[in-house]
Design a protein around this ligand. Structure first.
Ligand code: 5AD
Ligand code: SF4
Length: 447
């Protein structure tokens, strides 16, 4: 590869989960600390970071077509962008990417992106660089101070997964479970609040597996961290995602009834309603143990909004087993959910299991499942009509004088009136749609 001009501008394109959004922001901060500025809207960036996701679909093919598009756009604009591939596809298929896509200068895995600046120096000299090491704690120590501004922020507290569900690539792409130290997290949260954050969402592939030692050397779990963060002045809301049923500690359930800043929302994936399928998935819980757990959350916080993830068409799933998923949905009545067709991931045990189901069966099941989940989401939204709640204003709406924010139950709420981004205002939920609520402002903004 020829030496390349040092980039002046960058763009990070993040795909997939919130963890990738967080990583994308931190890569941006790293580049900005090196004097590279974010490209403006519509401007061709000198350096493009594709922050990829490997969880489902033909992720790798998408990366190659994105690379092709960037090269073409660069040719048309008369300049060749420097391209870095980051994220979970980089981790899983780094070598192939380097071999197949000569336009790529850097391949960097999710645990190594703190080394992006050195890789950039190499790329500028014309050397291609790959780094897919997994020294997770080193990464966080090496990152510059947070610069993120805005009312909501993500904070990665835990990374990786030791659960090895048989369909999932995460244990391979993100590595073993690690928890970031308590003091680092409280420090980063304070920085985010100083920069304007009112709400922090704690992130982890198994966020409730987080363990640490608090300021007094006592062993604490996620609830202990949440209780400490609730003491941070200026922080109004705390959320966390994604949890695993088997890592749930009693104190986290209790915290939902005790910590005002902890929002009444729980995202707890179940994936399927049949115990045979759950076993084949290596979920290590049953439908009944999951339902019992939800009951305990509901007892601690009766208005809690429940959310889940589902996979339909896991290898060998029969029609009757799929109907057990529908029955579970009927029982829980989720406020929100994500549902996916099973997608065989290279290298996972499920990918080579017998009885992979035809696409039509998966399409049909997904449609039937989503019809119920949509029904329940609308019912949940309707059930909140008439309530007056706090709304955190996140951005302007489409029309003048219109604002968009989030209710405690993570519903999108739009309303009209005097407000500023970052305000927490009393809003009456007046009308329910499938995906949002119309609200009426019941409180004047404090000047
Ligand atoms: N196929 C379909 N969905 C998957 N998920 C994870 N791996 C797969 C796969 N191979 C879903 C699960 C998980 C969510 C993040 O993505 O529902 O909870
Ligand atoms: Fe994947 Fe299962 Fe780990 Fe979640 S718990 S990241 S689905 S292996």
């Amino acid at each position: 590869m020829k030496p390349q001009t040092r980039p002046q501008t960058y763009r990070v394109k993040s795909f997939g989960c919130q963890m990738n959004v967080y990583d994308g922001e931190r890569m941006g901060e790293l580049l900005a600390a090196r004097g590279i500025r974010p490209a403006g809207e519509g401007e061709e960036a000198d350096l493009v970071v594709l922050n990829t996701c490997h969880i489902r679909e033909k992720a790798a093919e998408k990366v190659y077509s994105d690379i092709g598009r960037l090269v073409k756009a660069g040719e048309e604009a008369g300049k060749k962008p420097m391209i870095a591939v980051a994220g979970c596809v980089a981790q899983a298929e780094g070598e192939e990417i380097m071999a197949r896509a000569p336009a790529v200068s850097m391949v960097v895995g999710p645990q190594a992106y703190h080394r992006l600046p050195e890789m950039l120096d190499k790329a500028t000299k014309g050397e291609r660089a790959t780094d897919t090491d997994m020294p997770a704690i080193a990464k966080f120590d090496a990152l510059p101070a947070r610069r993120k501004r805005g009312p909501t922020a993500f904070l990665t507290v835990q990374e990786g997964c030791d659960k090895f569900c048989t369909y999932c690539v995460v244990p391979y792409t993100r590595g073993a479970e690690i928890s970031r130290p308590f003091d680092d997290l409280v420090g980063e949260a304070r920085k985010l609040v100083e920069a304007g954050a009112k709400e922090i969402t704690l992130l982890g592939q198994n966020v409730n597996a987080w363990r640490g030692e608090d300021g007094r050397g006592r062993a604490v779990g996620l609830a202990g961290l949440i209780r400490a963060l609730a003491q941070v002045d200026g922080l109004e809301r705390i959320r966390y995602t994604t949890s695993h049923p088997n890592d749930m500690e009693d104190d986290l359930i209790a915290a939902h009834g005790e910590v005002d800043k902890l929002m009444p929302y729980l995202h707890l994936p179940v994936q399927a309603g049949s115990d045979r399928v759950l076993k084949a998935m290596n979920r290590q819980h049953t439908a009944e143990s999951y339902l019992k757990l939800l009951e305990r959350f509901r007892a601690a916080r009766p208005d809690i909004a429940l959310s889940g993830d589902f996979i339909v068409g896991f290898p060998g799933e029969s029609e009757a087993e799929f109907e057990e998923t529908l029955a579970l949905v009927d029982e829980v009545r989720y406020a929100h959910a994500f549902s996916f067709k099973y997608s065989p991931r290279p290298g996972t045990p499920a990918a080579t299991m017998a009885d992979q189901l035809p696409r039509e069966v998966m399409d049909d099941r997904l449609q039937r499942l989503q019809a119920r989940l949509n029904r329940d989401q609308l019912a949940f939204n309707r059930g909140t009509v008439g309530r007056t709640c706090d709304v955190l204003v996140e951005r302007r709406g489409k029309h003048a004088g219109q604002w968009l924010g989030k209710s405690p139950w993570l519903q999108s709420v739009w309303f009209e009136g005097e407000a500023e981004i970052g305000d927490v205002l009393r809003v009456e939920l007046a009308e329910a749609g499938p995906n949002s609520m119309r609200g009426v402002l019941r409180q004047a903004a404090l000047a």
